[in-house]
Design a protein around this ligand. Structure first.
Ligand code: HEC
Length: 146
C-alpha cells in the first residue's frame, strides 16, 4: 500500500469513526448494509421525543413567520438537498428567528431540525440528533424515497 493511500485511509477511518459508531447503535441492520457510505438523514438520526420538543419550539419561536409545511416535502428537500444538517443548523442558528437571530439554545435548534425530519417522514431512531456542528456536518440531506 502506498504511503499516500495509507495516510488517506487513516484519515478516512478517523473521520468516519464517530458517526459510524453512533449510527450503528439504533439501526445496526440498516447501517450494516453499506457501512462505508456517508451518513444521511435516512439513517435514523433523531428521536420521536426530540421531534416533539422541536415542534413545541417551532410553534413558540418560528410560527409567527413560517408555516410548518414550508419545511415539508419538496419545499424542504429542494431547498436543502445535497447540503448537510450542519448547513441547516448553521443557517437557522445564525439567521433565525429573523427578528432575533441566535435566540434559541443549540439543543433547541437541533430539536427544530428533528421536527422537520419527523414531519417529512424520515426514519426515526432512539438517540437525539446532537447539537454538535461537527457531527451534523457529516450527515447529508437527501430526498425521502418513500
Ligand atoms: C420574524 C420572522 C421570522 C421568524 C420568527 C423566523 N423566520 Fe425563518 N425566515 C424568515 C424569512 C424572512 C426568511 C427568508 C430569508 C431569506 O430568504 O433571506 C426565512 C427563512 C428561513 C429558512 C430558509 C428557507 C427555507 O425554506 O428553508 C429556514 C430554514 C428558516 N427560516 C427557519 C426558521 C426557524 C427554524 C425559525 C424559528 C427558530 C424561524 N425561521 C423563525 C423569517 C422568520
Amino acid at each position: 500500500m502506498s504511503r499516500l493511500l495509507s495516510r488517506r485511509l487513516f484519515a478516512a477511518v478517523t473521520i468516519a469513526a464517530v458517526p459510524l459508531i453512533a449510527s450503528m447503535q439504533p439501526s445496526a441492520t440498516a447501517a450494516a448494509a453499506q457501512p462505508s457510505d456517508p451518513r444521511t438523514i435516512l439513517d435514523r438520526v433523531f428521536s420521536v421525543a426530540q421531534a416533539e420538543r422541536g415542534e413545541q419550539r417551532f410553534k413558540q419561536s418560528c410560527s409567527s413567520c413560517h408555516r410548518a409545511d414550508e419545511f415539508a416535502g419538496s419545499a424542504f428537500s429542494e431547498r436543502w438537498e445535497a447540503q448537510t444538517l450542519g448547513d441547516l443548523f448553521a443557517y437557522i442558528s445564525d439567521s433565525m428567528p429573523a427578528d432575533d437571530p441566535g435566540a434559541l439554545k443549540p439543543e433547541e435548534y437541533a430539536n427544530v431540525i428533528a421536527f422537520f425530519l419527523g414531519q417529512n417522514g424520515y426514519p426515526v431512531g432512539t438517540d437525539d440528533l446532537p447539537a454538535d456542528a461537527a457531527v451534523l456536518k457529516q450527515i447529508g440531506i437527501v430526498a425521502n424515497p418513500k
